[in-house]
Design a protein around this ligand. Sequence first.
Ligand SMILES: C[S@@+](CC[C@H](N)C(=O)[O-])C[C@H]1O[C@@H](n2cnc3c(N)ncnc32)[C@H](O)[C@@H]1O
Length: 266
Amino acid sequence: MEILRKKYILSRAFKLKRFIKKWAAYLYWKCADLADFFYVILRARLFRCLDFCHTVIRFYPKNHRFAKTDFAILSEYWLHPPFSISKRYLQLKLEPDVYQYGETPLRTMEKIAQYAHISKGDCLFELGCGIGRCALWLAYFKECSVVAIEQIPDFVDFSQTLVEKDEFLKEKVSFIKADFLSVDLHRATVVYLYGTKMTDAQIELLILNLRKSPLKTTVITVSYSLNEIIAVSKNYAILKERFLIVKKFEGEFFWGKATVFIQKKL
Ligand SMILES: C[S@@+](CC[C@H](N)C(=O)[O-])C[C@H]1O[C@@H](n2cnc3c(N)ncnc32)[C@H](O)[C@@H]1O
């Protein structure tokens, strides 16, 4: 009888130990996930503050018109973050992934412009320009013509009001509300695409669309090169375009680092 009781107690203790172990592991992973989540948010916020300070110190004194326009953008989106506007737009479109929005920090854009040798004579197409900060920075600081295409009406409408207020911008920048996959790229000497959530099929469409752009057009992409997409494409035979990577570097983005590819159309 005594032995049976001991066996029973032992088996209960063993079950309890297993239960505690299982829950401890579960809680550990949940906490680790939460910690990761808050770390990423905190890092992004901190990086955003640093980028703001960098912009104010480095770019505002050099160009007061840019300072005024950039400040207007930051004020407009202070209470309505672009990320939420984009999320709402994608929810209405019933997109499965509504977390697609991101921005290129201006100091990363400065590096891109330097490595891609963007200059006054260029006509740059920004595919998916978001709130348009980069497009405006490029116009003010590189003095190139910019065609900025975006699908979210709220972003385009506000950017257009800014252009209307500045004679210099009126000449240099046009914001277009459209799907960038159907835009004519024949004038583009530089194309900038930060679209890390695009599907391979969409990128293939874009590559076909680039057929119309001049030879040696510079195409800048983030996270992947166009040749990588072509290499694994089922339509390899149709996609005759090839690109030469002239430079790649690790760019800082708000959510972490990503490789920026600067390639020339051959
Ligand atoms: C990752 S954000 C990049 C914003 C900006 N280019 C930057 O680097 O700061 C991508 C933007 O592309 C827009 N976009 C995505 N697919 C698009 C499409 N097919 N046509 C037009 N805009 C698109 C999204 O609405 C979003 O604003």
